[in-house]
Ligand binder design. Structure first.
Ligand code: GLN
Length: 482
């Protein structure tokens, strides 16, 4: 049996039929991590001992016949999500020695089914970036081409799934951090509706934009994990109590009668022609499956990036103020409280958090607030209305995920060109709507390209439905050479 070929679905069938044990699956995952992670650097921490203990408990559950769809399934968690007793660095020196004191709600929920957590994955510092080059612990490489980035900020989670180290992973998505690395690594990535899942126990980046996301090999696997992760949580007042539907029921094989909009603003100058070609082929496939596809407009799209890069830094400057050398992680001594703050932050934060803290503090300070933050919040309303108006007419939208496939290390060395990598993903976070990325093809040089499906608030089931049908029809069978 080739571990790298398994999905959650096939592995849980093997477990249920006692063809394999959770312990054996966990060992296969560890073996694969040992084989390839020196090259990839997807993991910041491999939880060998903890995983084996959890696998034993999973085997007990299976022996008692009380297993669930995720029991015994090896997975990984982005290192900005809290797992009690384990490191949670958020990719930053400032939290290098910090250990989580409680489980994030999403971890707690997963633990009820006893999947096996293999470790914590790499990310851009606090989630700021699109390549994991901003991780204080070194970048993650793309499993399809080691000279290229895995994307970011959940690059470690994406590379871990794509290379077959684990069967699924959790990430977070504030502006594209699940969808963009999923696209770069040839896997499925879901960013849910804002408020659909709990943020309790995520190290906050932009609290009004952050959502936990799922990275997996198939749409069906993604839906299986999200079924557990979704739902209201008393610890997060922004999570909503709308009932979570049974996503499984929506996995159909055609798109008959579905109205799909293709926003013309998402096909821009400078877009890689191979990416455009692959997205056009996905549109054609959707039509063949019975969807009615139409070009349409999201007129305020061009403001999304500017709006995001004001709102997010303002929230960052507030959220990161807790890292001051007193309560969490790194503390550099000094003669006064101010000196401790100053020295700790100077030593602990990398250049990107420093840059965004400065931008955010400036944009929200007296005298500038109206011109920047208030303006950005007004633009947010227009962008949000573009989406909700469009969903009166369309069930879904279909767009590219990024203008280019995975780029080379160092290629986007100025911050602005890195920010531009998020041009098609940030709009969804600004509007709060969900998005699903599925692999749509490979470039001639063998780099994966994902297509992004967008649905209205709380309509994740439509994403799974269309994603599943497209995935079956495209039938890509992607595999790395690792
Ligand atoms: N690349 C985006 C940024 O740097 C996305 C971040 C995210 O989704 N966490 O802000």
């Amino acid at each position: 049996m080739d571990f790298t070929e398994l999905t959650i679905k096939s592995a849980s069938e093997l477990l249920a039929h006692k063809k394999i044990s959770a312990k054996e699956l966990g060992q296969m995952s560890l073996k694969r991590i040992k084989e390839v992670d020196d090259k990839l650097h997807a993991f910041l921490y491999v939880a060998e001992k903890e995983a084996m203990e959890q696998a034993e408990k999973a085997d007990q559950l299976i022996a008692d016949g009380e297993n669930f769809s995720l029991t015994g399934i090896p997975y990984a968690v982005k290192d900005n999500i809290l797992v009690k007793g384990m490191q949670a660095t958020a990719g930053s020196k400032i939290l290098e020695n910090y250990k989580a004191t409680y489980d994030a709600t999403v971890i707690k929920k997963l633990n009820e089914e006893l999947p096996v957590m293999m470790g914590k994955t790499n990310l851009d510092e606090f989630g700021m970036g699109s390549s994991t080059e901003n991780s204080a612990f070194g970048p993650t490489k793309n499993p399809y081409d080691l000279s290229r980035v895995a994307g970011g900020s959940s690059g470690g989670s994406a590379a871990a799934v794509a290379s077959g180290e684990v069967l699924f992973a959790l990430g977070t998505d504030t502006g594209g951090s699940v969808r963009q690395p999923a696209s770069f690594c040839g896997i499925v990535g879901l960013k849910p509706t804002y408020g659909r899942a709990s943020r309790y126990g995520l190290i906050a980046l932009g609290s009004s934009l952050d959502q936990v996301g799922v990275l997996a090999k198939t749409v069906e696997d993604t839906a299986t994990v999200f079924q557990i992760v979704a739902g209201q949580d008393d610890h997060d007042s922004t999570s909503l109590s709308k009932p979570v539907p049974d996503y499984d029921k929506f996995l159909k094989e055609d798109l008959k009668g579905l109205k799909v909009g293709v926003p013309k603003e998402y096909f821009i100058d400078g877009m890689d022609p191979e990416v455009a070609e692959i997205i056009k082929n996905a549109i054609k496939t959707a039509e063949e499956l019975g969807a009615v596809v139409e070009e349409m407009s999201l007129p305020h799209s061009s403001y999304a990036l500017a709006c995001y890069y004001v709102i997010l830094p303002v929230e960052i400057s507030a959220n990161l103020s807790r890292f001051d050398g007193i309560r969490y992680g790194l503390s550099v001594g000094g003669n006064s409280l101010e000196e401790v703050y100053y020295k700790t932050r100077s030593a602990g934060f990398g250049p990107e958090p420093k840059r965004r803290i400065m931008i955010g503090t400036y944009a929200s300070s007296a005298g500038y607030f109206d011109a920047y933050y208030k303006k950005a919040k007004q633009a947010q309303q227009l962008i949000r209305k573009d989406f909700t108006d469009a969903f009166e007419k369309y069930d879904l939208m279909l767009t590219p995920t990024t203008p280019i496939p995975a780029f080379k290390f160092g290629e986007k060395s100025d911050p602005l060109s890195m920010y531009l990598a998020d041009v098609f993903t940030v709009g969804l976070n600004i509007a709060g709507v969900p998005g699903l990325v599925i692999p749509a093809g490979l470039t001639k040089s063998g780099l994966p390209v994902g297509v992004q499906l967008v649905a209205n608030h709380f309509a994740e089931e439509k994403l799974f439905m269309a994603g599943h049908a497209l995935e079956k029809s495209l039938n890509l069978k992607l595999k790395t050479n690792l």
